[in-house]
Design a protein around this ligand. Structure first.
Ligand code: ZN
Length: 220
């Protein structure tokens, strides 16, 4: 994924026709980003392994408070090509906190992830999706919500969770799931093959953003 974008950018300097042909082919493909919130948990490693076996990648919005417990899991996620992002430290309602408390939730998470992985996240998703104008200005990370909700926190059946995703799926979707339930892992085993059957490539949020930029650049 990353390689093809870099190759395309390099080839644009030397051979416009080749570049143009490749670009059309690649940006014509359909992409969705899978995201998992609230982890890591005991299911995260299995999820990462399953994604890896299926040439798929996800963005994990992790809680700072869980980072030190799941150090190996986090490193494994990155090794397998996934993206780590910030989902606060304690999962509070951010709009109920003081500015100082809000910044602490975010900065402590950035630091704990960096300490364990050497990687500094660029993406943030507010806990409970709780955000307002003031927070948007305060938070210097890219704020990422979702466009497709599995509602895996609400439904107990993995089939229902999978169907929540599949029946509304469209190009460019950001799918919300949680890596804290076994049923979500089971649902993933229905979702991934179905998305592949529908010709979607499953990428991280940052990759989806790169594709979007390229599409805008070439007015696709
Ligand atoms: Zn959450």
């Amino acid at each position: 994924m990353k390689q093809f974008i870099i190759l395309l950018l390099i080839s644009s300097y030397f051979s416009y026709p080749v570049f143009s042909a490749n670009m059309t082919k690649n940006i014509e493909k359909k992409y969705v980003a899978l995201t998992f919130d609230d982890g890591p948990s005991n299911y995260t490693k299995d999820i990462a392994e399953y994604l890896y076996q299926n040439d798929s990648y996800a963005t994990f919005f992790v809680l700072g408070s869980k980072v030190s417990i799941y150090q190996e899991t986090l490193i494994n996620l990155i090794d397998k090509g996934n993206e780590i992002a910030n989902h606060t430290y304690n999962h509070p309602w951010l709009t109920h906190l003081t500015d100082k408390e809000i910044l602490k939730e975010i900065n402590d998470t950035q630091e704990s992830i960096n300490k364990v992985t050497g990687y500094t996240p660029t993406l943030f998703r507010p806990s409970y999706g709780d955000i307002n104008k003031k927070l948007k200005t305060m938070i210097k990370l890219n704020i990422i919500m979702w466009t497709n909700n599995s509602s895996d926190w609400k439904y107990k059946s993995s089939k229902t969770i999978a169907s929540n995703v599949i029946r509304h799926i469209k190009d460019n979707d950001i799918i919300l799931m949680h890596d804290t339930y076994k049923r979500s892992y089971e649902a993933l085993k229905i979702i991934v093959p179905k998305l592949k059957e529908l010709d979607y490539e499953i990428v991280t949020v940052s990759e989806l953003m790169e594709i979007k930029k390229l599409r805008e650049l070439y007015r696709y």
